[in-house]
Design a protein around this ligand. Structure first.
Ligand code: MTE
Length: 323
């Protein structure tokens, strides 16, 4: 376990402190996931060295149609607000990392899918994003630091990716890993953190409709500070579970130890489901501060998504489900 030499800023309450993959790999993917035509065409279209923005190679996919089944009863957080207030420790342990995050090269971008699957593959992001139809969903996001935002995410259900990956019946967990590149992500030079950022969920959680792979927000491809080109959104869990800039997805029979769990196991656990009744060891989780308005509102069990997810935990009473 990593020794904490310095507390991360967000471990203090808000009140207190305030590749180009080898073409061979693409062939492997085409073989493994049976996407002959689409995969090959997309692979040929990859232009190395391009950045997201005006010349975003996936721009034609946005805006995606909104799925009206995923609505919220709060105003959306203005884009300018939450794209300037981010947790992305790879680029610094404060909220103003958006400029530093622009150094991240997100095209081309490969994602390795391995572990207990029929065939491990490496897929180019641009191949993947054209493989599964995108949709927009309005989600709440509740950070463990007791602030919240509401975002129109664009992406696809994680279950769709799981289906493509064809996990073996022995796979019990899905482990996600962020890129590792300390030359670009200066935060990763801080050796007291257990880089790369890792998160994990159960295979049942991954199959839940709410688990969402995010490729865009506010009607366009993801900004880098939001975790481009692809991140997770698990709206019933504390925000640290929603890992950014994913470069590897592994299916495993061993419960993954996540980044924050490794940093502070007494404060951050595997499940991390939102619960206003279970305080963080150093602050209350009863309320949250809405970004932009500053309004304080009561936090809801499972962040308001209990109807969709509570059944996942009914036989797990002895587990620490809410940290
Ligand atoms: N993913 C990576 N790779 N690195 C991070 O530091 N921070 C997490 C999560 N995913 C983090 C991450 C935390 S603590 C939160 S609250 C959300 O990202 C913040 O997402 P946002 O910046 O889009 O609001």
């Amino acid at each position: 376990m990593v020794q904490i030499l310095r507390k991360p800023a967000w471990a203090i309450s808000e009140n207190q402190a305030t590749c180009e993959a080898a073409f061979l790999n693409r062939r492997q993917l085409i073989k493994g996931w049976g996407m002959a035509g689409v995969g090959l065409a997309a692979a040929m279209a990859v232009r190395p060295g391009r950045a997201f923005g005006a010349d975003d190679p996936t721009a034609d996919l946005y805006p995606a149609k909104r799925n009206e089944s995923y609505m919220i009863d709060r105003e959306l957080t203005p884009e300018k607000v939450n794209t300037r207030y981010n947790n992305f420790y790879e680029f610094g342990s404060h909220k103003q990392i958006w400029k530093a995050a622009q150094a991240l090269q997100t095209s081309p971008w490969d994602i390795r899918v391995d572990g207990l699957v029929e065939q491990p593959v490496t897929i180019g992001f641009e191949d993947l994003v054209r493989r599964i139809p995108l949709e927009e969903r309005l989600y709440r996001h509740r950070c463990v630091e007791a602030w919240s935002m509401t975002v129109p995410w664009t992406g696809f259900a994680l279950s769709e990716l799981v289906a493509l990956a064809k996990p073996l019946s022995s796979a019990k967990y899905v482990r996600f890993e962020t890129f590792l590149d300390p030359d670009v992500a200066t935060g990763q030079r801080q050796s007291w953190y257990p880089w790369p950022y890792v998160e994990g969920i159960t295979i049942e959680e991954a199959g839940n409709d709410l688990a969402f792979m995010v490729t865009g927000a506010y009607g366009h491809a993801l900004d880098k500070q939001f975790g481009a080109p692809i991140r997770l959104a698990l709206p019933w869990k504390y925000g640290f579970k929603s890992i950014k800039s994913i470069s590897r997805i592994s299916f495993t029979d061993t419960r993954p130890v996540s980044f924050w769990e490794e940093v502070g196991p007494d404060e951050y656990g595997f499940w991390a489901n939102v619960n206003p009744g279970v305080p963080h060891p150093r602050w209350s989780q009863a309320q949250e501060r809405i970004l932009h308005t500053g309004e304080k509102v009561d936090t809801l069990l499972y962040n308001g998504y209990g109807d969709q997810v509570a059944h996942l935990y009914k036989d797990l009473k002895s587990e620490k489900l809410f940290m």
